[in-house]
Structures are given as structure tokens and as C-alpha cells.
Write a new protein. Structure first.
Lengths: 287, 147
């Protein structure tokens, strides 16, 4: 009974928090650009408007993939709140992203196809960092479960500072913000005619927006794990990550995928590997 | 709670900008609406690139034989409820070019127009006013469709 209550609480409060976070993002971006900006509840108004529009679908299957994207993202968020196996959580989250990529490919429009291909390249950049992060957590605690971090004496960020920097970097790719908003342009709204989201309209787009809210809370939860024993420090790290993403979004232009691939695979993944080797050779076991 | 649900369309009008045969004067004034001085985004207006995600089609320039099919195509790709705003004299009636051999006339020869914003070219405040009036008309259309 208490489980059902907890599930309902997570499923209802997370999109509310995600919606307010997105609204804050647009407001802060506007203020940084010296203008008024929309009200903080604006993503909610967008969502309500999109639900009441007609559903125009180009292919028979594109909306099914959008539903899969939504369900698996919500499932991975639930698994994280119940502190289950982190490797499993990342696998479930990857299925949801692959569903979005397939949705873009299934429409047959060349703009969606290029957007999907760029999203695949983004996945190629951030997946290794995520997997190394989980491996390092395993080496430190001996288990993949998030609940095993509670036995550590010091917060995870103490043992994995370089991995923290790499995760901070790939959060820019995951939040789809500049300089890496390659697959569906965040600010310009018009590069590649909206990239991967070109052929979605009405209720399908509303479900994609909702999933973005769940995803925002999930990604901030991933950063919260770095200081899980001290809740306030964890929340501070998550807030810092989001503000960092917003500020870097506003001061940088979009970079090419070649640059992103080259930089991530030569610098960022190397940082994570150095951290891994450090934990291995210093034989750190934080139990 | 009730008044959140009753004002759904007019709080988030997304526009798609179509340029048929315009001299770009009205286009520049329209894009000026998105700059910090006039800031259309505080009203929820977003310039989306694809007609499939837009509510309001903002048209500049007159219609000639080459772009009549393009305009009809983009109008039909928009999901309902939708509205059309004709910006400037050329989009409303053909403007100074209405007698030319290639010009068919204003935009209302092809698509049903809801709001006309006259001027050559109209000020950004006038364009924003036109877009917001179209947003209110959209809300009325949505309520008509439901009832």
C-alpha cells in the first residue's frame, strides 16, 4: 500500500517539478538576454495547448514510439526513486532514448532523419561516461544498487572528482542545450526545421514535452547521487548542475558534431578513465 | 483552476512565418518582435520552424502564380485550430503591386485570413497586437469546435 502511494507521489510530483524547472530555465535565459521572459508556468500552458490540437501523423508508427519513449523514461525515474540497480536504470533509460531516435527515423522526413543521426552521435558521446561512472561506483561500494551508497563514509564526489567533471559536461549533451543542442535546436527553434521533432504535432508533442520534464528530474537525480548521504549537499549539486547548464547555454553557440565527438572522446572520457585507474591502483574501497 | 482551462489557446500561440513575394521589410519588422525590446516570448509566442507545430501562420508578401501552391501546402499542414495573420499591405490586398501581371492579389485569395495588419511596413507593436488578436480568435475557434 505504501508502495502504491510512493509511486503515485513520484509520478505526479516529478512532472510538476520538471515543468517549473523548465519555466525557470526560460525565465532565467530571458533575464540574461535583458528581456522580460514568459511566466514560469509557460511550459504548462504549452502542454495544455498541445493537447487540444489535432493529431497529424505522417506514419502509422511514430506515435507508438513516442509512447515507448514516455513509458520507459517514467519507469527509469521510478526505479531511481526506489534506489534499484543503477546499471539496470541506465539500460531502461537508453531504451527510451532509442525509441525517440526510432520515432524520428520512422517518419521518413529528411530533417527528422538527420536529427536522429545526430542524436545517435550524441549517444555515442555520453554513454561511455555514464557506464564508467557506474563501474567506478561498483568498484567503490561492491554493488550496483544506489542504496549501497549509504554505507560509505564520505560522499561519492570525494572519491570521483574527475568523474563528476565529466558528468557535468555530458549533462549539457543530455539536456539538449548549447553548445550541444544538435538534434533539436533549443534556442533557434529552426535549425533542421526542429530536427528530430519535426513531424510531431498536437498530443504526440505534448507527450514528448512531458517526457522532457521527467527526464530533467532523472538527470538531476543522477547528479544527486554524487552526495547522496547528505541530502542538502546533493540538492546543492543538482541545483548547481542546472544553473551551470543554463549559463553555458546562454554564453555559447552551437558546435558541430565533429567537434563534440572529437572533444568528448579525447578529453572527457580520458578524465573518467584516469579516475577509474586512480581508484584501481590506490585500491580505494570505501566500505 | 477554471480560468486556466478556459484560456488554453491564447496563452501559447506558436507562429510559423511564411514569406511569399515580400520585399523583406515586413519580415524584418516581424523578426524585430522577437528581440529584447519588443519581446514576443513574454506572451508565449514562439517562432517554430515547422507548420506541424504552429497555431498561427504569419504571412508577408503578396501571392503570385509561383507561390500559390506553396502557401496552400503550408496551410494544410497545420493542425486545427489554426489562424492566419496577413502582415502588411502586400499580404492584405496586394499593396502597390496589385496591378502587376504576375500578382494574383492578397493572401485571402488562397487561405482564409483572420487578422489583417495594414501598413508598409507595420510597426512591431502592431504586428504583436495582430498576433494576440489572432490568439483570442483561436480560443474562440477551439470552444466552437468543442461545443
Amino acid at each position: 500500500m505504501i508502495y502504491i502511494l510512493k509511486i503515485l507521489l513520484v509520478m505526479i510530483l516529478s512532472p510538476v517539478a520538471g515543468c517549473l524547472l523548465k519555466g525557470l530555465d526560460r525565465k532565467i535565459t530571458a533575464r540574461l538576454q535583458h528581456r522580460e521572459g514568459p511566466p514560469i508556468l509557460q511550459p504548462f500552458y504549452d502542454f495544455l495547448k498541445l493537447i487540444s490540437k489535432e493529431n497529424i501523423a505522417v506514419s502509422k508508427y511514430q506515435n507508438i514510439f513516442v509512447l515507448i519513449y514516455f513509458m520507459f523514461a517514467a519507469a527509469s525515474l521510478l526505479m531511481m526513486f526506489f534506489q534499484m540497480d543503477l546499471l539496470m536504470i541506465i539500460c531502461v533509460f537508453t531504451i527510451s532514448n532509442v525509441a525517440l531516435i526510432t520515432a524520428g527515423m520512422s517518419t521518413g522526413s529528411p530533417y527528422s532523419k538527420v536529427g536522429s543521426e545526430r542524436e545517435i552521435i550524441s549517444m555515442l558521446c555520453y554513454e561511455p561516461v555514464l557506464v564508467f561512472f557506474i563501474v567506478e561506483m561498483y568498484m567503490l561500494t561492491g554493488s550496483f544498487r544506489i542504496s549501497s551508497i549509504d554505507h560509505l563514509d564520505k560522499p561519492l564526489i570525494f572519491y570521483m572528482p574527475l568523474a563528476f567533471l565529466s558528468m557535468l559536461y555530458i549533462m549539457l549533451i543530455k539536456f539538449k542545450k548549447s553548445p550541444f543542442d544538435l538534434s533539436s535546436s533549443h534556442h533557434a527553434h529552426q535549425e533542421l526545421v526542429k530536427g528530430i521533432m519535426t513531424e510531431f504535432s498536437g498530443p504526440a508533442l505534448a507527450v514528448i514535452e512531458l517526457t522532457h520534464w521527467y527526464e530533467a528530474i532523472f538527470l538531476l537525480g543522477l547528479m544527486f547521487i554524487f552526495a547522496k548521504q547528505y541530502t542538502l549537499l546533493g540538492l546543492a549539486i543538482a541545483a548547481f548542475t542546472y544553473i551551470f547548464a543554463i549559463i553555458i547555454d546562454n554564453i555559447s553557440a552551437r558546435l558541430t558534431w565533429q567537434w563534440m565527438l572529437k572533444f568528448t572522446w579525447t578529453v572527457v572520457i580520458e578524465l573518467t578513465i584516469v579516475n577509474l585507474l586512480g581508484i584501481y591502483f590506490l585500491n580505494l574501497k570505501a566500505l | 483552476m477554471a480560468n486556466i482551462l478556459s484560456n488554453v489557446m491564447s496563452k501559447s500561440p506558436w507562429i510559423v512565418h511564411v514569406n511569399c513575394n515580400s520585399c523583406n521589410g515586413c519580415d524584418i519588422e516581424l523578426l524585430a518582435c522577437l528581440t529584447p525590446i519588443y519581446d514576443a516570448e513574454r506572451l508565449g509566442v514562439l517562432n517554430v520552424g515547422t507548420p506541424k507545430q504552429a497555431d498561427i501562420m504569419v504571412v508577408t508578401g503578396s501571392v503570385n502564380h509561383k507561390n500559390i501552391n506553396m502557401l496552400k501546402n503550408i496551410y494544410e499542414q497545420m493542425p486545427s485550430p489554426k489562424a492566419v495573420v496577413a502582415i502588411g499591405a502586400c499580404a492584405s490586398t496586394g499593396g502597390v503591386f496589385h496591378n502587376c501581371y504576375n500578382v494574383i492579389g492578397g493572401v485571402d485569395e488562397v487561405v482564409p485570413v483572420d487578422v489583417y495588419v495594414p501598413g508598409c511596413c507595420p510597426r512591431p507593436e502592431a504586428i504583436l497586437d495582430g498576433i494576440m488578436q489572432a490568439a483570442d480568435i483561436l480560443e474562440k475557434k477551439r470552444l466552437d469546435n468543442k461545443g
